[in-house]
Design a protein around this ligand. Sequence first.
Ligand code: B12
Ligand code: SF4
Length: 588
Amino acid sequence: MSTTRTAAIGLDIGSSSTKAIVLDDEGRVLWTRSESYRIHRSADGEVTQDPADWLKAARVLLRDAAGQLDGRTPDLFMASSMSLHAESCLALIRDANRIDPAQRPLIIAGGPHAVYEPYDLFSADPARPGGADVVVTGEEFVLLSLVEAVLSMRRRGESMRAAFIRARDGGALDGVPGLVYARGGKDGLAEELVDTGIQRLVGDLDELPHPVLGYRLLEPPGRHANLSMRAMPADQVHRRSPLASLVLTFGCKFACPYCPIPAYNQRQYRVKSGERIADEMFRLNKEYGLRRFFGADDNFFNDKTRTLEIVETLARAEFDGVKLRDRARWYTEVTVHDTLQMREHLPLMRKSGCRALWLGVEDLTATLVKKGQSADKTSEAFRALRAAGISPMPMMMHHDTQPLYSRGSNYGLLNQIELLRRAGAVSMQVLMLTPAVGSKLLESTYTSGQVLGSAGGKAVRPYMCDGNYVVASNHARPWKKQLTMLAGYLYFYNPVWLVVALIRSRTRVALMPAGLQVFGMMGLVMTIVRTSGWAARLMFGRITRQLRAPASRIPMRGVGGVPASHDTSVAQVAEVRPPRSRQAARAA
Ligand code: B12
Ligand code: SF4
């Protein structure tokens, strides 16, 4: 049960320092701290102070006082991000590093960016100090093993960070595969990173913690500098977060060279049981009113037998006399190849509550990637999905050699979009291929000079690696690639097709195509606003290229004399001018 307590902050601005105190409503001292500042003495004996220093000290103390939970700095600070959002994650970690080292929480980073580039969450740069204490390069059981190792060393009244440092220095973390921690550095700078190896995967996903536990701890949205006293009330969850992401399966049998997923999963395919998935959906619906679920699958149809076990269970699941399929709608990601294998079971998928499937069709002509797709097979799979009342949502990849339009073939982007639309595509995504750490193609994409370092003086930043910006291209006019993607979106999402979708709304997928036309047009406007500046820089600016894949700038080693599981070389940026002549452009 949570309780609300009030506290008062007192500030004493003195001549040598400002002192802060936090008192509870009964006058008990919860926390005190001081921040000192300089007294300036001139040669003729004049003594002065800068009022800006008083203000700065007061701001620091007020911020730190607000960061207290019941008079104590929290024991653990955990941050998670995709590579896309790595800059914000690093900013949070640096901020946590500004807390007095004696009181600082143990800083743990995790999530997709940490899995693929753990070294990026530490710092060896004196100009930008502050990194994580430890990075978890795996799933929840790695974190639990870390916490267990630290708690087993913890003395009475000792902070988690102090116990962590003793555990680390005593080698107690070296038996937990899936960690990277810093050694030797001072003041937030790392001298060396120790990599304890690749995580061991949990085979049976039913062993994972139940997702209802996480929903009990959601922070209510707000613009406060500090955390709220209470978690978000259960009845508000479905309004604030209407789509719940659920782990159903992990892994994929394909090995597309640009994709890090098969290696991350150690070539394993793991599933939850149908019973457990049904229970998760039902409890999330009952306790939080959630009705829509997105499967965090890499390829839900990966194994037909195991997929059917899940889907059959979901289709017949019943709790308290209510059928689950009347309460839950769900969506996930699959491949075209496996959709055709599942063709006769698609009505069962619909019966289980599935209403839309995202398919990586990439390039229909299989010029860029071959994973059993072709224009005919894709059309066949899409028609089968539509007939079953499931919306097909294609995801395409644009690349250097694909033109906007091609005569007499399906190679052009618009040709492929037209084909998908005729086959029944309800939404459409087209992204430029970007290099992904952990994929086979990573190294060669860099060494071939394809990866841009900057354009027109603007460096490529992590947030630009979401596929919407052209950041990897050997095309003589990379801006054309940027505009081709926009033209593709405009061809699919426009008022004409909105009207058509409204007229044709009496199909089994009803108003979903019309709704997605509206979202798509809004998204297109936002994408134009966000990417047009970059297109202009590509068109008029000087382009530099990155010739080496991202790697650790801090020396890394494994445990027991083995090499670290992650790269350790240093990235370089070289200037390469793109060919400017028409001839060169045609050659490219
Ligand atoms: C479903 C999914 C989506 C859905 C999300 C739908 C939704 N509402 O949830 C959609 C289709 C929208 C999507 C979009 C994108 N996605 Co996506 N997506 C996935 C997918 C398949 C599942 C994500 C998921 O929920 N996983 C389950 C959760 C539990 O796993 P997790 O977040 O990794 O967390 C675990 C660990 O990392 C760890 N952990 C996480 N945080 C923390 C924190 C601490 C402190 C600790 C100790 C541990 C820890 O514990 C967790 C439990 O095991 C993953 C691949 C995968 N199988 O994970 C890709 C993935 C996350 N996506 C990826 C990418 C690149 C994208 C896009 C950029 C693609 C694009 N170009 O459009 C966009 C970005 C969208 C955005 N702006 O945020 C990449 C990220 C790579 C990276 N290095 O960051 C992944 C990993 C796929 C890949 N290529 O490898 N995605
Ligand atoms: S099919 Fe999808 S998940 Fe599987 S390897 Fe290819 S891109 Fe990755």
